[in-house]
Ligand binder design. Structure first.
Ligand code: PLP
Length: 294
């Protein structure tokens, strides 16, 4: 594959009944300019996206990603993506991926200012090599997200449950974590509950129970967290959703950040205090996450 692959999608209405969407895709040179300067995704971050992990040409968990893209579109009042059209676009992109790990990104933008339609595209590229961080884990700093748990419901215009293109805040949180000497961040709600990391979900083990924050507090419901929960359930382990006070972080028996491309990384320390690391389960989770999943 060239270093990157890019496909522009001409979005069709969600109720279009055809079965072949190949004529709605245009491959473009990923190294050449392709977007108009009037693009609202670049001017305002006004759009939604997904990042899908690809292992040896197999795109992981495509349906959960497409469903979350549709949910993000609904929250942002964007036209809901046609699931079959986007599934076929993902298949075209996956076929271009080299052996090993790659990432497919799906982007649905509000389009060009005053333009009639949204702009949509899919890219594929080799994934960064995360093997060292999967073995080593990450230290985290806790950071106030500035919202309480009820903010998502009280102020839906904050788009808290949508995976929008506006990740400048998430990137700023990572820089702040690094200034504090940590590798990554965990957001806390202003009323003192654990939320998520800027690019990952958080799973804790406290005693025999695995727990993750309820996705009602304006966080993303992670596709990787859902996969890990399937795996834990298949092993007969107790895994659920809770409202998790920030003070539970320090008493966790193990913790992981999980996401589609980096997969599972153990949290080794929170705000400078060491956490126990379960190396065996981390390796098992990554072996499972690297196997083909639907
Ligand atoms: N939370 C946020 C804010 C994210 O950006 C991501 C992934 O990028 C996740 C959670 C994890 O989602 P997934 O497991 O579907 O990659």
């Amino acid at each position: 594959m060239p270093h990157r692959f890019a496909l522009i999608i001409d979005p069709v209405a969600a109720d279009d009944a055809r079965d072949d969407f190949a004529d709605t895709f245009t491959e473009v040179d990923a190294a050449a300019p392709a977007l108009s300067v009037g693009e609202l995704s670049t001017q305002r971050g006004d759009g939604v996206f997904e990042s899908i992990g690809v292992i040896d040409g197999h795109a992981q968990e495509v349906v959960p990603h497409l469903e979350r893209l549709a949910n993000s579109a609904r929250i942002c009042d964007l036209p809901v993506p046609h699931q079959e059209q986007w599934r076929q676009a993902v298949a075209v992109a996956a076929a271009q991926c080299p052996p090993g790990e790659a990432v497919i990104k799906l982007i649905l933008s509000r389009g060009v200012e005053h333009g009639p339609t949204p702009t949509a595209w899919v890219t594929a590229a080799p994934a960064p090599d995360f093997s060292a961080v999967r073995a080593r884990g990450v230290s985290v700093a806790t950071l106030d997200r500035g919202y309480d748990l009820a903010a998502a419901e009280r102020a839906p215009w904050l788009l808290l449950g949508a995976k929008t293109l506006s990740y400048a805040v998430n990137m700023a949180a990572l820089r702040e974590a690094r200034r504090r000497g940590a590798d990554d961040a965990i957001f806390l709600s202003s009323d003192g509950f654990v939320l998520e990391a800027p690019t990952a979900s958080l799973i804790l083990r406290i005693g025999d129970r695995f727990t993750t924050p309820e996705p009602t507090g304006g966080i993303l419901h992670g596709t990787t967290q859902l996969s890990v929960y399937d795996h834990l359930a298949s092993r007969g382990l107790d895994a659920g959703y809770d409202r998790i006070p920030a003070s539970d972080l320090a008493r966790a028996d193990a913790a992981w950040l999980v996401s589609s491309v980096r997969l599972a990384v153990a949290v080794t320390a929170v705000d400078g205090a060491a956490l126990p690391v379960d190396h065996a389960l981390t390796a098992e989770l990554n072996e499972y996450l690297l196997s083909p999943r639907h």
